[in-house]
Design a protein around this ligand. Structure first.
Ligand code: PLP
Length: 335
């Protein structure tokens, strides 16, 4: 193994092992570490035909004191169970999930980018229905695989704002009815609209509410937040967006910094008034949004630099993750 830490991006890089659990005859097995990166599936597996598949994403960090810690894994365990309940998949013990994440991180400890490189170990649990069937119903057999891979800092040359396009601007735009669950289908369905946005120079897509196209919901793979002119942190409260653990953490950090937090319906007309807009998620923490395009309208924010409030939140979040700032909410889970 010879990883050039400073060359890492955000891509799949096989590590030593992954951990796998099988569900059969009504129960999950005890799981095992596995060094193969392949699986054997029936061509009639229902994850392939009907998309009975879900995933999670979280990270382990090598902290300033040299210890490796995982950021809020119990939150991912809970969200996975909420997603798979909706997808009619069998619940997985949250305690066992956290133990499994620790086990696979430990087995791949030398793949965790060292402190100072800005990298982390990305942890990707995925669960699929494997029963061969053509009739539409939930599978009776499942596989839960937790894989890990070292990733580099998302921003290599400093944090740069990106452009966003509102989703109803694109050809064949369709609302996301299942935005509240972390399922493969949402991502496949966002590839086409995102490709159109990218052709227009926009890195991300912003979804509006499916009913009236009046309220701001979230970006394709990250939550929406904004800083108002009077310095409040505002983020949409909607049943059709994914409950982001990064957003939940940023709301807490904002409160800790005496920034007022408002989780409420956000009208698209408010886009005109915001001082800062950001996208938040595990991979990047915060992507500042420099511009939002909606038909002939363009909402402009700082296009050169991350805004001062977003920067403060970003620094505090990464400070906690890398152990530079006291972890007063006990978010970092030791191995
Ligand atoms: C994963 C995801 C997010 C971000 O969630 P985090 O827990 O912060 O990583 C936001 N929106 C969607 C649609 C997602 O799939």
């Amino acid at each position: 193994m010879n990883i050039e830490w400073d060359k890492l991006g955000f891509q799949f890089l096989p590590a030593r092992s992954n951990i796998r659990f099988s569900y059969k005859d009504g129960k999950w097995d005890e799981g095992k570490l596995c060094t193969s990166n392949e699986i054997t599936l029936s061509i009639a597996s229902n994850c392939m035909h009907y998309g009975q598949a879900a995933f999670e994403g979280l990270k382990a960090f090598c902290c300033k004191d040299g210890k490796v810690r995982i950021f809020r894994p119990l939150e991912n365990a809970r969200r996975l169970n909420s997603t798979i309940e909706y997808l009619m998949m069998p619940q997985f013990s949250e305690k066992k999930f956290v133990e499994a994440v620790k086990k696979v991180v430990k087995d791949n400890i030398d793949y965790v980018p060292p402190y100072g490189t800005g990298g982390s170990l990305y942890i990707r649990p995925v669960i699929i229905g494997t029963t061969p069937q053509i009739g539409i119903s939930a599978a009776t057999e499942y596989e839960l695989i937790i894989m890990v891979m070292p990733v580099g800092p998302y921003y290599k040359g400093g944090i740069k704002p990106v452009k966003a396009m509102i989703h109803d601007d694109v050809d064949r735009a369709a609302p996301r009815g299942t935005g509240h669950i972390k399922t493969a289908g949402n991502y496949a369905a966002s590839l086409y609209p995102t490709s159109l946005a990218q052709k227009a120079g926009c890195a991300v897509m912003l979804f509006l509410d499916p009913k009236n196209h009046e309220l701001v919901e979230e970006f394709g793979s990250s939550n929406f937040f904004a800083i108002t002119a009077d310095g409040k942190y505002v983020t949409p409260d909607s049943p059709s967006i994914l409950p982001s653990i990064t957003n939940k953490s940023l709301m807490q950090i904002a409160k800790d910094l005496d920034i007022q937090v408002e989780r409420r319906a956000v009208s698209k007309t408010e886009l005109e008034t915001f001082a800062e807009v950001g996208a938040c998620g595990t991979a990047v923490i915060i992507t500042p949004i420099g511009e939002i395009i909606h038909h002939e309208k363009v909402y402009r924010y700082d296009q050169e630099n991350i805004g001062p409030v977003s920067k403060k939140l970003y620094d505090r979040m990464t400070g906690i993750q890398y152990g530079r700032i006291a972890d007063e909410h006990n978010w970092m889970e030791e191995l």
